[in-house]
Design a protein around this ligand. Structure first.
Ligand code: UT7
Length: 329
């Protein structure tokens, strides 16, 4: 449902930040680890390299770097933040949430802080929740983070998955504003597809696998690919219709960066030339919940996305979950 007419308070992006670990893992290095080739990875996914967190570097550390940059780029202080929502599938601890740990790192006290878990759609979920807190007047200035050390749940002997993912964090500060800002957000899930993309063990079910470091991503790649293209195609229509807009109204697409071929299909659906799509997949791979805020940060930092332009973000991931947002930057 469009939120456009429902309230006079809107949320608007005030600043963005991003952080990538120093260590880069190239396709060539992967050739020495599993039966793959740079040619296969590049042609099937568009990925050339990905960043991998150091052994002593954790999701919280990545989130802190990105958050401090987003708050600084917004021209704000940490004390201005009155809501923290972190999207992550790879939290440092079972509890407290990464959001609470981040809150402490940033020396912020008292405001609500919680994690959301929607895997690669996690940032869109977190962004949508924070947008609703602002629209309802509950919050004025929210820090929304997508942060992952996905490399820790990858089986580095499984060529079906290990070539795809990387680590990183992106953060966005959104503030209450009297004009959009965020026009609408759209969230969906269908748990019937859980087994096509999952880590089939956790704290309650098969804790031994977690303790022994065998809790790995398993994916039926081709099925996920087809569902992603179809589902994201539909959510593009849903998002435009909710705002009585056409695809000509969209200036920029900021997609989840799982596979260049999926992104190409959605750009085609929007009739957008690839120059109007923010791409980080070649350099970063799929950083799950971090990929969209990292791409948004890149698009804004390199001067592509300008104030007043209309941006669509969209993502698809485990669950299945999928979602989108349409906003005026
Ligand atoms: O972010 C969450 C959502 N995730 C996604 O959106 C990922 C969606 N899926 C994909 O991106 C693609 O399905 C993949 C990149 C994972 C695979 O591409 P594909 O076009 O679906 O695969 P394909 O049909 O071209 O190739 C599959 C073949 C298989 O071999 P056989 O069974 O046909 O002999 C695989 O064993 O490619 C083989 N293969 C590889 N070969 C070399 C799978 N991984 C590799 C690899 N290197 N790393």
């Amino acid at each position: 449902m469009s939120n456009r007419e429902s309230n006079t308070v809107y949320s608007r992006i005030a600043g963005t930040g991003g952080y990538l670990p120093e260590r880069i893992l190239t396709n060539q290095e992967l050739e020495a680890m599993v039966d793959t080739s740079d040619e296969w990875i590049t042609s099937r996914t568009g990925i050339q390299q990905r960043h991998i967190a150091a052994d002593n570097e954790f999701t919280l550390d990545l989130a802190e770097h990105a958050s401090r940059q987003a708050i600084s780029n917004a021209g704000l202080q940490t004390s201005d933040i009155d809501l923290i929502v972190v999207a992550t599938t790879t939290p440092d601890q079972v509890f407290p949430s990464t959001a609470c740990l981040l809150q402490s790192r940033l020396d912020i006290h008292g405001c609500p802080a919680f994690d959301v878990q929607a895997v690669c759609t996690g940032f869109v979920y977190a962004f949508s929740v924070a947008d609703k807190f602002i629209r309802t007047g509950t919050s004025r200035c929210a820090l929304v983070v997508g942060a992952e050390t996905f490399s820790r749940i990858i089986d580095w002997t499984d060529r079906n998955t290990c070539v795809l993912f990387g680590d990183g964090a992106g953060a966005v500060v959104i503030q209450a504003h009297d004009a959009p800002g965020v026009y609408s957000t759209h969230l969906h899930a269908d748990g019937d597809y859980a087994s096509l993309l999952h880590v089939p063990s956790g704290v309650s079910n098969n804790l031994a696998a977690v303790q022994e470091g065998r809790a790995y991503v398993e994916m039926s790649g081709t099925e996920v690919f087809k569902m992603a293209v179809n589902t994201l195609g539909r959510i593009v229509d849903e998002t435009l219709e909710a705002n009585q807009m056409t695809r000509d109204d969209v200036d920029w697409l900021v997609p989840h960066q799982a596979n260049l071929r999926i992104i190409n299909a959605i750009a085609k659906k929007l009739n957008l030339p690839m120059e109007k799509v923010i791409l980080t997949v070649a350099q970063q791979g799929n950083t799950s919940a971090a990929s969209i805020p990292l791409a948004l940060h890149e698009g804004i930092t390199n001067g592509n996305i300008q104030r007043g332009e209309t941006v669509m973000i969209e993502g698809f991931g485990g669950g299945f979950t999928w979602g989108s947002a349409l906003l005026r930057y």
